[in-house]
Design a protein around this ligand. Structure first.
Ligand code: NAP
Length: 252
């Protein structure tokens, strides 16, 4: 009667905490991408399952009652794997996904489909000093750009080719608007690049860019499998209550 939480996000940790409090047996799963992951409360396993077949086998071996895919909006492969594995194993699956960001008044955003598209938008912009906050994975898309200087922020050092002119800033959110503003000012940033990660933890850079009239290249979220989806931890708990009631089972 265990709920498997596919994690790596703040929402996944919040859900683990909420379910743990009710006494529901949970197991959180992390990919193992960062050197020092923020761990959720409760039991955690780390590492891939070996694709959809491996995950389906894991679900039956561990008697998983329901799965909540609370992975990052850009973690496309694990979500596809979860949809396929849960379908094959007959295990209910919920997607917990924070809403994306929306441009407000004063924002100068250019939407692109992927990181190569972001690299093309950077080249076309004529920007000189780019703040690249799209994460460690996919940085190779910018490696061929010779002319702008990049401030590249990520959690762990990248292990892919990087653009010729860059400085690395190893850091992890949450970030505040005054601090983000200081980076933009001190580094004389004239273009910001971000994925549409959504959520409040990394949104301060957008407000700081808006205040300064700095344009932003925003990478659209990838397409997702068609599964039941909610935006909040509370909705996830409600959904789980309706699934043959693992929450009451946890209480008894
Ligand atoms: P991905 O491309 O969708 O996944 C690649 C492979 O990593 C999956 O096929 C799976 O391996 C394994 N995997 C991913 N998430 C897992 C999880 N929670 N538990 C166990 N295995 C997992 O994912 P990604 O973009 O590399 O992201 C990896 C993790 O970092 C995700 O869990 C995500 O929540 C977190 N994260 C990602 C981003 C981002 O921008 N992509 C940002 C912040 C946090 P198998 O096929 O072997 O099962």
């Amino acid at each position: 009667m265990t709920v498997l939480i596919l994690g790596g996000t703040g929402e996944a940790r919040a859900l683990a905490a909420a379910l743990d409090e009710t006494g529901v047996p949970i197991l959180s799963s992390l990919a193992g991408r960062v050197q020092r992951p923020r761990l959720p409360v409760g039991p955690t396993r780390i590492g891939g399952f070996g694709g959809p077949d491996g995950l389906a086998a894991f679900l039956s071996e561990q008697a998983i009652h329901a799965v909540v895919d609370a992975t990052h909006p850009f973690a496309k492969r694990i979500s596809a794997s979860a949809a396929q594995a849960c379908g094959a194993a007959g295990v209910p699956l919920l997607r917990l996904e924070r809403p994306g960001w929306a441009a407000g008044e004063g924002d100068r955003w250019t939407w692109v489909d992927d990181l190569p598209g972001a690299a093309r938008a950077v080249a076309a912009s004529g920007a000189q000093r780019v703040f690249l906050t799209s994460g460690r994975q996919g940085l190779a898309a910018f490696a061929g750009l010779a002319s702008p200087w990049f401030l590249i922020r990520c959690v762990d050092p990248p292990d892919v080719p990087l653009p010729a002119h860059h400085e690395l800033l190893l850091d992890r959110g949450p970030y505040t608007e005054p601090d983000e503003g200081k980076i933009l000012d001190r580094q004389r940033i004239d273009l910001l690049v971000t994925k549409d990660s959504g959520g409040p933890l990394t949104a301060a850079k957008l407000a700081a860019a808006r205040d300064r009239g700095i344009p932003v290249v925003v990478v659209r979220r990838p397409s997702r499998p068609d599964v039941a989806t909610v935006a909040t931890v509370a909705e996830s708990v409600s959904w789980l209550r309706g699934q043959d009631d693992p929450i009451d089972a946890g209480r008894s």
